[in-house]
Design a protein around this ligand. Structure first.
Ligand code: ATP
Ligand code: MG
Length: 369
């Protein structure tokens, strides 16, 4: 079997991780990882066009037959500070040391490139057959809590379950989360799992019911009644992960971008309002992204959010301040009231034309006492 043709007989080259798991499952792999038992940067640049090399990490990306392949030097790691990035203790160590630092046994399988032999130091093949996710040692989640979300991701993707002892280790960790950790990795995994299309409601239910959310907040969070997967399918949006994660409330620990912060702020501002009329609903969301409206749906009122997205979003007045001036209306605070009046009418009847709007504006000019 050959995942990619390297024309190389070295017995130091191995496929590792997801690519072997996916191969054994008969699924296409997202990316191809190969390790070289030794210095991959020196050895592997001959395989094709070098896209990028990072000698300090012992990695090199090469384009082979149009496909980008990542080669890494075997390495073992230590975690000088639990929850933070590991230190590479040694490059060019044995394959065994390299695979035993990985997250789950099913991701610790290797396959020799030269003859296709599967190398299974951790019992990953058996776990793959039994659809079980098993960590390689008891400190695994302490070293890297992001593995808990990776486990959720793989269980959602493949229908796997945590093996009993691994589940107990997860529960133990989540009962006593060490918040001094690298949240960048947590965020990346959240983006990956809840940003992908597909059946994520199941994963979200586990995320809440198994207390995985405790990685992010110590507060108690209940599963909302709303089906967020359905919302994000009905209204696709690029940052859909935040519609799920936003249910937790404050996400600042994740180090959000400005656009992500705005989603949370806009949703929170709308939640404080008691939205009744179309005009109130429109004004609450007109400058908000779809994600913010969906988060409002998840946290407060799905009906109002859907009404806005289905019926009100995108409606715009055609008249502007100049048109009012041309009607000899003196610029004043009264303009705002006139626009609101016309907009209110247009929201219930989007077919109104510019002349209709002008008529409505005029009707407001002399209607005062
Ligand atoms: P995907 O199909 O999503 O790419 P993958 O298993 O290939 O899944 P990657 O994120 O591409 O996952 O990582 C490649 C391999 O690196 C994994 O299979 C695993 O062996 C190892 N790995 C990745 N992240 C971690 C982690 N946080 N802790 C330990 N090992 C990890
Ligand atoms: Mg991968």
């Amino acid at each position: 079997m050959n995942i990619i043709n390297l024309n190389d007989n070295s017995d130091k080259l191995y496929y590792v991780g997801g690519v072997v798991r996916d191969f054994l499952l008969g699924k296409e792999s997202r990316d191809i990882d190969i390790v070289y038992e030794g210095n991959a940067v020196d050895y592997c640049r001959k395989f094709g066009e070098v896209i990028r090399e990072n000698p300090e990490f012992g990695t090199i990306r090469v384009k082979i037959d149009g496909q980008e392949v990542d080669f890494a030097s075997t390495r073992c790691e230590t975690y000088p500070k639990p929850g933070h990035l590991p230190a590479a203790a040694k490059f060019g160590c044995s394959l065994k040391e390299d695979v035993l630092r990985r997250d789950f046994t099913v991701n610790a399988l290797a396959m020799r490139v030269s003859d296709g032999e599967i190398i299974d130091y951790a019992g990953g093949r058996q776990d793959l057959e039994n659809k079980k996710l098993r960590v390689l040692h008891d400190r695994s989640f302490i070293d890297d809590p992001a593995r808990i979300i990776r486990g959720l991701k793989f269980s959602a993707r493949f229908g796997f379950e945590l093996e009993e002892h691994t589940k107990a280790l997860q529960d133990e960790y989540l009962a006593n989360v060490n918040r001094d950790m690298c949240y960048k990795r947590i965020k990346k995994e959240l983006e990956e799992i809840f940003g992908s299309e597909g059946r994520m409601q199941n994963a979200f239910e586990k995320f809440i019911n198994q207390n995985i959310y405790k990685l992010i907040t110590p507060d108690e969070v209940k599963l909302p009644d709303v089906n967020i997967e359905k919302l994000t399918c009905d209204y696709p949006c690029p940052l859909s992960w935040i519609v799920y994660a936003g249910v937790l409330g404050d996400l600042s620990i994740l180090g959000l971008t400005r656009a992500e912060k705005k989603i949370l702020d806009d949703a929170a501002a709308a939640e404080k309002l008691n939205l009744k009329t179309d005009l109130e609903i429109y004004k609450a969301f007109e400058n908000a992204s779809v994600e913010a409206v969906l988060l409002y749906a998840a946290r407060k009122d799905e009906k109002i959010a859907r009404h806005y997205l289905d019926n009100l979003r995108g409606i715009k007045l055609e008249i502007n301040g100049n048109d009012l001036k041309n009607l000899n209306i003196k610029p004043s605070a009264h303009y705002g009231e006139i626009f609101d009046f016309v907009l209110g009418k247009k929201l219930s009847n989007p077919a109104l034309t510019k002349p209709d709007e002008l008529e409505l504006a005029k009707s407001q000019v002399f209607s005062g006492p």
